[in-house]
Design a protein around this ligand. Structure first.
Ligand code: ADP
Ligand code: MG
Length: 639
């Protein structure tokens, strides 16, 4: 037995030995998400059903790619000499449309796993979004749902498949609903399917137009013209003929390609429906030659924030597909889609070896640099196109500020910020507009721009006309924890450490008159420290505040308050105690020093209102409410 499988990939041997031998069809239920998706699809009124063919062709093309890749180490798989190709055959009498490929095929288990579940991560949330959305059907179109899209046009689907190199053929069939059947193929079926997969769609009445050859040609030209493998139309009468141009588009010179070609190439390679917001197509020659065709999408995919942070750029070697998870670009560019086709890498490079291959490392470095400079120039020349990319992927790109030390300054330069001066501001604009004597770039992190704008920590900066970056993406709390500067100006958090605005002039002298509250600073601070004890690490007179009474900041060496909170939520780090800053000119502070009876309550109130303004709850909300009531009542009684 073992000798028989010599040279086959282990996965194949494993599949053969675990194969069951049932001959009666076996019914199996769909994974719950699949059933839900099918239900949606059947009842949707989505009118652009054409995409089903694109999805089936794309799967057939993937299967041909996989076969070519596996055949590099197991040439027996293609010993029959039959080239990988895709055929489409309409049959008006039977009312069926068949899509047949001579690719890798599927064994029994693969049929069950691949056509009964959805493995893609993020699917659950995607489907629940589909179900909730009023225009769920449009979302189907936007994201593509692969194989299952065929149920939009077919009432019954029969898939007959032979894994390359196997002597077993299986038939998967389903009419949608809650499940499918799986059984060994009859002799006749097995003879017909010599390698790969045959998908027969029994069309719904309203989908009969897909039996017309001109319809099929139209759709293939629109969506699949650049599939690398020949797509042949098998008419009911006459000879099969190829209906796509089957060129590896990225190998052709730019001058030959139209914007429409690029759009189609992007949609094909990314499985997307939007327009590319940026296209980068070039050929590198020299120490290494390779072709690059990359795109930035204009809309967000639903799995962008997956834990795995996997990139999706496809790696080819001399036109042979090798892998789509070769991490050719760093994780913070994982939204970029497309193809890199190397002339120099060995064809038989294993996926494991890809990580450490020095040639690929060079390509990685060069292409990453090129993508970033392309983004830079897009930002300058076509700000609107760049804005689309930034709105969709800015939070992802910002991960790079933290991760990619070498390109930190470049990525900071690429970033766009909402600031107290407006939207989409660059750090270059910020630095150009610095106030006299201002040497730092100030920012504040929080949950929303509205919240941040009313944060007391902005008061003194506002009085001096100092621009402040308002950072509201969760990732902002992380990258800002690295030591950063831009153009020699350090970035500084307004809720952290010592802020010294003394040398920066006020916009209007009178907004911050030096009227003292009369309270003695040292005594007041001692009183508050006494009352709050361990709850804060220090109490100080503030430079940040002009009209509010108090705010909380982190110590110079500690994490920013926002990061502190995120880490605490994930139990990642012990929290450090904040510093309470008080506004010595505020009447509440003056009252505190003047009345020993209320000093403790007022101290707590200063702390608790600062917490609330930061979007946090006081430690003991009930005690807070109680305290507040007592103080208000006291005030009322006095009057
Ligand atoms: P996706 O292509 O995004 O993985 P699909 O729903 O289109 O999702 O297909 C699911 C899986 O079914 C594919 O990943 C592949 O493993 C398998 N598959 C579908 N069609 C074929 C085919 N013609 N040949 C081989 N495998 C196929
Ligand atoms: Mg697919």
């Amino acid at each position: 037995m073992a000798a028989l499988y010599q040279g086959f990939p282990p996965s194949l041997v494993y599949c053969e030995t675990r194969m069951t031998t049932t001959t009666v069809p076996e019914s199996q239920p769909f994974q719950a998400e699949v059933a839900e998706l099918l239900n949606l699809m059947v009842h949707s009124v989505y009118s652009e059903t054409d995409i089903f063919l694109r999805e089936l062709i794309s799967n057939a093309s993937d299967a041909c790619d996989k076969l070519r890749y596996e055949a590099i180490s197991a040439p027996d798989l293609i010993a029959d000499g039959a080239p990988p190709r895709i055929r489409i055959a309409p049959d008006k009498k039977a009312n069926t449309l068949s899509v047949v490929d001579s690719g890798i095929g599927m064994d029994r288990q693969e049929l069950v796993d691949n056509l009964g579940t959805i493995a893609r991560s993020g699917t659950k949330s995607f489907i629940s979004r589909l179900t909730e959305a009023k225009d769920g059907a449009n979302l189907i179109g936007q994201f593509g749902v692969g194989f299952y899209a065929a149920f939009m046009v077919a009432e019954r689907i029969v898939v007959t498949s032979r894994r390359a190199g196997s002597d077993q053929v299986f038939v998967w069939s389903s009419s949608g609903g809650s499940g499918f059947e799986i059984a060994p193929a009859s002799d006749e079926d097995a003879q017909r399917v010599t390698r790969g997969t045959e998908i027969v769609l029994h069309l719904k009445k309203e989908a009969a137009k897909y039996l017309e050859t001109y319809e099929i040609e139209r759709i293939v030209r629109a969506y699949s013209d650049n599939i690398q493998f020949p797509i042949e139309l098998v008419p009911e009468e006459g000879e099969p003929r190829q209906i796509n141009s089957a060129s590896a588009l990225w190998q052709r010179p730019r001058s030959e390609l139209t914007p429409e070609d690029y759009k189609q190439a992007y949609q094909q390679v990314a499985g997307a429906f939007d327009e590319p917001a940026m296209t980068l197509h070039y050929r590198a020659e020299g120490r290494q030659s390779y072709a690059v065709m990359l795109f930035a999408p204009s809309t967000k995919p639903f799995d962008l924030f997956d834990q795995a942070r996997k990139g999706k750029v496809k790696l080819y070697v001399r036109r042979v597909f090798i892998a789509d998870d070769a991490d050719v670009l760093p994780a913070y560019l994982r939204f970029i889609r497309g193809v890199i086709d190397s002339e120099d890498l060995p064809l038989n490079i294993s996926r494991e070896m890809l990580q450490n291959n020095p040639q690929l490392t060079q390509i990685r470095k060069a292409v990453t640099g090129r993508v970033i400079s392309e983004l830079e120039s897009l930002g300058e020349k076509e700000p609107e196109a760049f804005a689309k990319i930034w709105d969709a992927f800015g939070p992802v790109i910002k991960e790079g500020i933290w991760e990619d030390f070498e390109r930190r300054e470049k990525l900071l330069g690429l970033s766009r910020f909402t600031t107290t001066k407006g939207e989409k501001r660059t750090l270059k604009q910020y630095v150009d507009d610095l106030r006299p004597n201002q040497t730092d770039i100030y920012y504040l992190t929080g949950e929303s721009v509205e919240r941040l704008k009313s944060n007391p920590k902005l008061e003194s900066a506002t009085a001096r006309g100092i621009e402040v970056l308002l950072l509201t993406d969760p990732v902002d709390a992380f990258w800002t924890s690295a030591p950063l500067d831009f153009g020699g100006k350090p970035l500084k958090s307004l809720s952290q450490g010592d802020i010294d605005f003394a040398l920066i002039p006020l916009l209007e002298e009178k907004t911050e008159d030096k009227a003292e509250s009369g309270a003695d600073e040292a005594t007041t601070i001692a009183l508050i420290k006494d009352a709050l004890g361990e709850r804060v690490s220090d109490v100080r007179a503030s430079q940040r505040l002009t009209s509010s009474a108090s705010c909380l900041v982190a110590g110079g060496g500690a994490h920013d308050r926002m990061l502190e909170r995120l880490l605490a939520m994930q139990n990642k780090a012990p929290t450090t105690k904040p510093i309470l800053e008080i506004n010595m000119r505020h009447p509440l502070v003056a009252a505190l020093a003047g009345d020993k009876d209320v000093a403790e309550d007022l101290s707590f109130l200063l702390l608790e209102q600062a917490q609330i303004l930061d979007g946090e709850l006081p430690e003991d909300p009930a005690a807070f409410a109680n305290r507040l009531n007592q103080l208000v009542l006291r005030g009322v009684m006095k009057q």
